[in-house]
Design a protein around this ligand. Structure first.
Ligand code: SAH
Length: 480
C-alpha cells in the first residue's frame, strides 16, 4: 500500500449532480481500477460504466477515491490512497510533486511515459483527424529526462510574509513554493532563489493579484545550454523600480554566467506573463546559444526576452533533425518556414537549399532571426514580420515565392484555415507540420488531407518529459 503523503484537502467539494442514479458525490470512498490516462495525464477509471477522472492515478493502479463531481458524461474523483500500485509507478525525485501538478506523469516509468505519448498521438490522429491509416512512429525519448528546461517562468507571491515563487497549484492561483524543480536547469533554480533573496533583502513589494498593488509579479530565467550564458527577466507591475539597479547588481554577483538582467513591465491584470516594454537594468538584453547536434550541425542563436525559443535543446535538435529529414531539400529548392520564431528552423533549412523564408508575428523574434542569419553568415534567408493568416494568402496570390517545402510550427491552437488554404494554393511538394498539441495537429492534418495532401508519417518527440505534453513532426506529400 502506498498511502498518499498528504490528504488533498483542497477538493472543491461535492458539486451539483445531474447523473441519473448512484454514484453520488460525497458518498463513501470507492475502489477504482485505473485503466487509462486522459489527454492531460489524469488517471481514467470506470464506475458502473461511468468514466471517472482521477488526478494523480495511472493505468494499473487500484485506488481508493472519493467522487467530488458527478455529471451525466463523466465524474471526477479525489485520490485518497493507492491500494495497489501500477507496475509502472516509480518514486518521483520531485519534492513538490503532490502540490504542484505541473508534471502529471513524473511518477510513471519513463518508457511507460513514452508508450503513453505514442498512444495519445495515435488516438488524436485516429479520432480527431479520422486518419486511421496514417503511420505514427514510436515517441523518441530523451537521453536526459530531468533538468532539461532552459526557461523558468514563475509567479511570485507572499506566503507567511516571505516572497516565494513556483507554479500555481493546479486549478488555482495559489503559488507552490518551489526551491528546486526537477525538470529545470540548475541555473534557473539559482536565478529564482537569488531573486527571492534579493526581493526579501531589498524589501521589494510583491504584486497581489486579488487586491492589486505591489511591484514584483514574475521571475523568468533563461539559459543557453550550448554557451552557458543566462539571463533574468523580472516582471514588474509598474515602470518605476526604484531599487532595480541594486537588485540587478546583486543578481549579477550571485549567478555565474548571468549575461544580463532585464525588467519587463506588465501593468495588465491578465494571464499573459510578459508586457510589451522591456528595459535592460544590468549587462545586456540577450543571450547567445550554440544549438544543434552532430546530425544537424550547430548554429549560433541570439535570443531576446520576448522571443520564443524551444525549452529543451537536446530534444529540439532531435525534432529539427526529423523536420530537416522530412523536408528533404535539394540545392535547387526553396523552403518556407511559417511561425519561424528567431529563425531556428529557417536557418537550418537555408543551409540545404537555394533560399528559405520565415514568417513570424513577434517583432523582437524577427529582429533576432535577421541577426541570427548574420551571426551564421547565412545570406539566403529572409524574414517577414506579420501574422501568417494575413501574409500567406497575399504571398499565395502574388505567386512570387514558390516553396518546394513548407514547414509549419504553430502555437497550440494550430493553424488558421486561411494559412492552410494559402499553402495548398502554393502547391509545395511537401509540408512538414511541427506541432506541440496533437488535437489541433490532427484537425489540421485532416484539412490538408482533404486538399490534395497525404499524411505520410507522424513522429512524436518527447520534448517535455514528466509532463503530459507531446511534440510531433509530421510529413505530408502532395498527391497530384
Ligand atoms: N519554429 C520556431 C518557433 C515556434 S513557436 C522554433 O522552433 O523555435 C511558434 C511561433 O509562432 C512563435 O514565435 C510565435 O510568436 C509565432 N506565432 C504565433 N502566432 C502566429 C501567427 N498567427 N502568425 C505568425 N507567427 C505566429
Amino acid at each position: 500500500m502506498l498511502p498518499r503523503t498528504r490528504a488533498r484537502s483542497r477538493s472543491p467539494g461535492p458539486r451539483r449532480s445531474d447523473h441519473p442514479g448512484p454514484p453520488r458525490p460525497g458518498a463513501p470512498p470507492v475502489a477504482l481500477d485505473v485503466t487509462g490516462l486522459s489527454h492531460d495525464g489524469e488517471g481514467v477509471a470506470r464506475l458502473d460504466g461511468l468514466v471517472v477522472f482521477v488526478p494523480g492515478a495511472m493505468p494499473g493502479d487500484r485506488v481508493a477515491a472519493r467522487l467530488v463531481e458527478v455529471r451525466k458524461e463523466y465524474a471526477r474523483a479525489e485520490l485518497l490512497e493507492i491500494t495497489s500500485p501500477s507496475l509502472d509507478r516509480v518514486q518521483s525525485p520531485c519534492t513538490v510533486a503532490e502540490d504542484c501538478g505541473g508534471c502529471s506523469l513524473q511518477a510513471m516509468r519513463y518508457e511507460a511515459q513514452l508508450a503513453w505519448k505514442t498512444r495519445a498521438v495515435r488516438d488524436a490522429i485516429d479520432r480527431i483527424g479520422g486518419l486511421k491509416g496514417a503511420l505514427v512512429h514510436p515517441c523518441l525519448g530523451a537521453l536526459h529526462p530531468h533538468h532539461y528546461r532552459n526557461k523558468v517562468q514563475f509567479p511570485v507571491a507572499l506566503v507567511g510574509g516571505r516572497p516565494v515563487a513556483g507554479c500555481f497549484r493546479k486549478g488555482t492561483h495559489e503559488v507552490v513554493s518551489t526551491e528546486s524543480c526537477d525538470i529545470q536547469h540548475g541555473t534557473n533554480d539559482l536565478i529564482v532563489r537569488e531573486s527571492l533573496r534579493l526581493i526579501d533583502v531589498l524589501s521589494l513589494t510583491v504584486y497581489d493579484e486579488r487586491r492589486g498593488g505591489g511591484l514584483i509579479k514574475h521571475i523568468m530565467g533563461r539559459v543557453a545550454p550550448g554557451t552557458g550564458e543566462s539571463m533574468a527577466v523580472i516582471v514588474t507591475s509598474t515602470k518605476k523600480f526604484t531599487r532595480g539597479g541594486e537588485f540587478a547588481k546583486g543578481l549579477m554577483d550571485a549567478v555565474p554566467g548571468l549575461a544580463g538582467v532585464v525588467q519587463n513591465v506588465n501593468p495588465e491584470e491578465t494571464n499573459i506573463i510578459l508586457g510589451r516594454e522591456t528595459r535592460v537594468i544590468a549587462g545586456r538584453g540577450y543571450i547567445d546559444d550554440l544549438f544543434g547536434n552532430d546530425r544537424i550541425g550547430r548554429l549560433r542563436f541570439r535570443i531576446s526576452p520576448l522571443s520564443f525559443y524551444q525549452i529543451n535543446a537536446e530534444q529540439a535538435a532531435v525534432l529539427y533533425g526529423k523536420a530537416i529529414e522530412y523536408a528533404a531539400l535539394r540545392p535547387v529548392d526553396t523552403g518556407l518556414d511559417v511561425y519561424s520564431g528567431i529563425g531556428t528552423i529557417t536557418l537550418f533549412l537555408s543551409k540545404a537549399c537555394r533560399g528559405a523564408y520565415g514568417i513570424e508575428e513577434v517583432g523582437a523574434a524577427v529582429r533576432d532571426a535577421r541577426q541570427n542569419a548574420r551571426l551564421n553568415h547565412i545570406q539566403n534567408a529572409e524574414f517577414a514580420l506579420g501574422r501568417a493568416e494575413r501574409l500567406l494568402p497575399r504571398m499565395a496570390a502574388e505567386g512570387r515565392v514558390k516553396p518546394s517545402v513548407v514547414v509549419l510550427d504553430p502555437p497550440r491552437k494550430g493553424c488558421e484555415p486561411e494559412v492552410l488554404h494559402a499553402i495548398v494554393r502554393m502547391r509545395p511538394e511537401r509540408i512538414v507540420y511541427v506541432s506541440c498539441y496533437p488535437a489541433t495537429l490532427a484537425r489540421d492534418l485532416a484539412i490538408l488531407s482533404q486538399s490534395n495532401y497525404r499524411v505520410v508519417a507522424v513522429q512524436p518527440v518527447d520534448m517535455f518529459p514528466q509532463t503530459s505534453h507531446v511534440e510531433c513532426c509530421s510529413l505530408l506529400t502532395r498527391a497530384s
